[in-house]
Design a protein around this ligand. Structure first.
Ligand code: XMP
Length: 511
């Protein structure tokens, strides 16, 4: 079954991935593609609608990205947002002007005329503006549909030609009826059926993987992270025993993680899952090493080496599964080139496995869709909502040399922090949270005795994409409970501090 598709043409605005996610959330599959796609290419891909995103340019800039008027002759509905709206006006003979000053923030908007886009939207509401240029005159045959005080053409369109331009940002939550406007464009203008659901995705992918893989052999590196877990489960659903997963246990994972991976995927789901117990080798390789980059390199290289040994035992396979997801594809080539995820823990695998082709069943999905697919496949919340864990795991959360004793301290402290965050119901609000074993010792008093023990730091951040992050405002009572429990229950820890640095200037991890 082929689902309907919308093309989101990327003109470089900061909210472009957000636009694509909103469209998907509204039940319509869409792809974010470069704005230089030709009318012919667009026609061939037969979308039910096109969205031009915002962008940093002015249509009058010499090097500003433009569109060919032929796109409008395809008869496919178009919605232009911000720069995209100005581009429609400019290309079809309207006028765009520099506003006397940039407009930024919430504004009251008045809808002036009924149109398919205004269904269910009250006459007055709040929208979110961020622009310098604005449309001054609409092209012939177009009508002004909404305005704000400083932006007379906030929405314009031609119902006859199914072309619309909106100056505000409907994708941003501060636009009260923005989502409604997008929904109207998709369902009332483009004729969307809402056939993009994770249930359909699973059914489609399983059929496709069955056909592609058939009776051939597939190999997957299972890290226990969300992407590899969901990718493996999907492939397993399609080809069962023909999939072999290798889980390299480097001994640096969080408390109970290796056991959980084996229980869920091997025992409950019945996957053919091989665990390589390599904890001792990793500890030996890390002995005496304190430099963060050296630690990472050693772990990365040894990981590949252990995986290679296991892969050799399995012999030749036909396919290698990778958990690449859509943001990786977009970021690595604006949707044009296929790039294998450069995650340190899977990056080198294609070089050491004897295989013919890579299978990436999640490469069309955003992270929240991957989670929904995981739930659809019956995976538990603990797996589907797992926070990101770096490949080198606890090794980069222990400052200085990694030893068995230090691993135990940080692992126990981390488990307490996680338990308390879950108990406080904060697990989905905080993006990432963990304990760090600092290389400081401080004086304390426990019972009637002087102690000289380790300082544990707690790190918790909110973030959207890990590029920037803010420290999470965890309630003091929760921090207090965590601190009390760590100093009582974890051996060799007598002090707990909370990291209140954003990224930048700090990074999320301490090493
Ligand atoms: P930083 O510390 O750079 O981390 O702010 C950003 C995000 O990336 C994760 N991270 C890694 N993930 N391999 C990974 O797979 C790594 O080597 C690695 N280092 C950092 C980090 O946990 C955070 O989510």
């Amino acid at each position: 079954m082929q689902h309907q598709k919308v093309l989101v043409l990327d003109f470089g605005g900061q909210y472009n991935q957000l636009i694509a996610r909103r469209v998907r959330d509204l039940g319509v599959y869409c792809e974010l593609l470069s704005c230089d796609l030709s009318a012919e290419e667009i026609g061939r891909s037969a979308p039910i609608g096109i969205i031009f995103t915002g962008g940093p340019n002015s249509v009058y800039d010499e090097n500003a990205p433009r569109v060919s008027p032929e796109i409008f002759a395809l008869g496919i509905p178009v919605l232009g947002i911000c720069y995209g709206a100005q581009l429609i006006a400019y290309t079809l003979g309207g006028k765009v002007a520099h506003a006397p000053s940039s407009e930024y923030g919430k504004r009251e908007i008045s809808f002036l005329k009924e149109s398919p886009l205004s269904e269910g939207i009250p006459e007055k509401s709040v929208c979110w503006m961020s622009h310098t240029d604005l449309v001054q005159e609409v092209p012939a045959g177009f009508e002004v549909l909404a305005s704000t005080e400083s932006c007379p053409v906030a929405l314009f369109g031609s119902a006859e030609r199914n072309l619309y331009g909106v100056q505000f940002h409907p994708e941003v939550v501060h636009s009260e009826y923005g989502n409604k406007l997008l929904e109207n464009f998709l369902y009332r203008v483009c004729g969307a059926k809402g056939d993009w659901t994770m249930k359909n995705f699973v059914a489609e992918q399983v059929a496709r993987l069955k056909e592609k893989i058939g009776n051939k052999r597939v190999l997957c590196a299972m890290s226990g992270g969300v992407d590899s877990a969901v990718a493996a489960t999907l492939v397993h659903r399609a080809v069962g025993e023909n999939l072999t997963c290798v889980f390299v246990d480097h001994g640096l994972l969080r408390k109970n993680e290796p056991e959980e991976v084996m229980r869920v995927f091997k025992e409950e789901l019945g996957m053919r899952l091989i665990k390589a117990d390599a904890g001792e080798r990793f500890l030996a390789a890390l002995k005496g090493v304190t430099d963060p980059e050296r630690k990472r390199r050693i772990i990365g290289e040894l990981f590949i080496c252990v995986f290679e040994e296991e892969a050799k035992k399995i012999g030749k396979v036909d396919f290698l599964v990778q958990g690449t997801i859509y943001p990786d594809v977009i970021e690595s080539g604006k949707g044009k080139s296929a790039v294998i995820k450069s995650h340190h823990n899977v990056g080198g695998l294609p070089d050491v496995v004897d295989f013919q082709e890579i299978v990436e069943p999640l490469r069309d999905l955003f992270k929240d869709e991957v989670r929904r697919v995981g739930t659809e496949l019956g995976l538990a919340d603990e797996i589907v909502w797992r926070q990101p864990c770096p490949g080198p795991a606890l090794a980069i959360r222990i400052m200085g040399e990694v030893t068995r004793e230090k691993l135990e301290i940080v692992r126990d402290a981390d488990a307490i922090f996680r338990e308390e965050i879950a108990r406080a119901g904060l697990a989905r609000d905080v993006w990432q949270y963990f304990a760090v074993l600092t290389d400081s010792k401080t004086v304390g008093v426990q019972g009637d005795f002087r102690t000289y023990e380790n300082v544990i730091a707690l790190r918790a951040v909110t973030s959207v994409d890990a590029m920037t992050a803010d420290w999470a405002r965890i309630p003091f009572e929760v921090l207090e409970r965590v601190s009390t429990r760590i100093t009582n229950e974890v051996k060799h820890a007598n002090r707990v501090v909370y990291d209140i640095t954003s990224k930048p200037p700090a990074t999320i991890e301490w090493e």
